[in-house]
Ligand binder design. Structure first.
Ligand code: ADP
Ligand code: MG
Length: 368
């Protein structure tokens, strides 16, 4: 008999991919250390972190080409890897795409895409046509890989990986072999196709811009662990620590000591709740969030509640980067050099005296 209270509660589908406490050591060194992740069907999660932090090892274990020392991997709720169990890659329903994706050179584009497909000829050719269309390569079916550009080959590789309708797509730095100008376009096409196909996607990258552009969720990894997981917006705007903030841009650091939940700096007082009396703190601000104003004969700008007290500095160096300029300041107060990013039309000369303000709502405070 159904339970009188819970029988009407609808069953919640398990996540497409669930990774729980995955660990792997090489030569006694933990390389992946208790990684847990959940990815829903149709969701793109970027595993983002510096080179060597264990991203590829994590992906290889999920694919089934490497075996963890501990942990569980479940696909649609069914365990594919756990103590005493490790299904082979072909039994997991995963699609793979790597940087050095090798298309079969002796096969045509259509044959490459059809490679992993089973079923009758007509169904296969329908699926191949559909995918080539999706990646904007209809009409390319009879060509050979050497006749295609790098970007086109990449799109064929994507079509090939997606052809058997994998439940999970695992992608390891798939765009890093492409030149910059091609990359954004291919990223967008890839994302569109992945969304249409509805697979759960784990995309490994060391490039923050790529993760911000592609991810529904970013899992930030460092030293074998996931240090923060969240939407691109939250990861960028509420980093878990200084290193997480610094992974996405240069950061300015203003040091101080918290007293009574306030820290006094040359930029005025900052609220620093949760920091003990006398605890050294670091106030972190990205270069884009420093505001610049003119000297006005030494008066500077008027303080505002949002921007706080202005502090004066002298331009040491200005670098024009196209869209923006990076301006480095030596401050009147003894201490840190600060860098501000300003629109590229502004390129103050070294020696120019300017005032800086710090947007209170853009600061992160961490223990020093
Ligand atoms: N098969 C292996 N044997 C020994 N060490 C390995 C092996 N695979 C990876 N490593 C080491 O594990 C660390 C993490 O590697 P990897 O997962 O490839 O990092 P990432 O993809 O984040 O750059 C690196 O220090 C690497 O040298
Ligand atoms: Mg790697």
């Amino acid at each position: 008999m159904p339970h009188p209270v819970f029988s009407s509660v609808p069953a919640v589908a398990p996540p497409r991919l669930e990774v729980q406490s995955l660990s792997r050591t090489f030569g006694g060194r933990p390389v992946v250390d208790g990684v847990s992740l959940t990815i829903a069907a149709g969701q793109v999660t970027c595993l983002l972190g510096p080179s060597g932090c264990g991203k590829s090892t994590t992906l290889r274990m999920i694919a089934g080409v490497d075996t963890p020392d501990a942990g569980h991997i479940r696909i649609d709720g069914a365990e594919v890897c756990g103590p005493g169990l490790s299904l082979p890659p072909e039994a997991r329903g995963v699609g793979l795409m790597f940087q050095d994706f090798a298309l079969f050179p002796h096969l045509t584009v259509a044959q490459n895409v059809a490679f992993g497909l089973r079923g009758d000829r007509e169904a296969k050719s329908r699926r191949v046509g559909e995918l080539l269309d999706r990646v904007n390569l209809s009409g390319y079916g009879a060509k050979h890989p050497h006749e295609l550009s790098g970007g086109e080959q990449q799109r064929v590789a994507l079509a090939r990986a997606l052809a058997p309708r994998p439940r999970i797509m695992l992608m390891d730095e798939p765009f890093s072999g492409l030149d910059n100008r091609l990359r954004d376009g291919i990223r967008d096409t890839t994302l569109e196709v992945l969304k249409e196909e509805g697979a759960a996607v784990l995309l490994v990258t060391h490039e923050p811009d790529e993760a911000l552009r592609m991810a529904d969720e970013i899992a930030l990894m460092r030293g074998g662990r996931i240090v923060q997981c969240g939407s691109p917006y939250n990861i960028y705007n509420s980093p878990a620590d200084k290193a997480a903030a610094a992974f996405f841009s240069d950061v300015n650091v203003i040091r101080g000591v918290s007293r009574g939940a306030l820290t006094l700096t040359p930029f005025g007082e900052f609220l620093t709740p949760g920091h003990a009396d006398g605890a050294p703190v670091e106030i972190i601000i990205r270069p884009q969030h420093l505001k610049i104003d003119f000297d006005r004969g030494g008066r500077g700008p008027n303080p505002t509640p949002m921007d706080g007290t202005p502090a004066r500095g002298t331009v040491v160096r200005s670098r024009f980067l196209g869209r923006e300029s990076l301006v480095e300041f030596s401050m009147d107060y003894a201490g840190e050099k600060l860098t501000a990013a300003v629109p590229g039309v502004f390129l103050p000369k070294p020696g120019t005296v300017l005032w800086l303000m710090i947007r209170r709502d853009r600061c992160f405070v961490f223990p020093a």
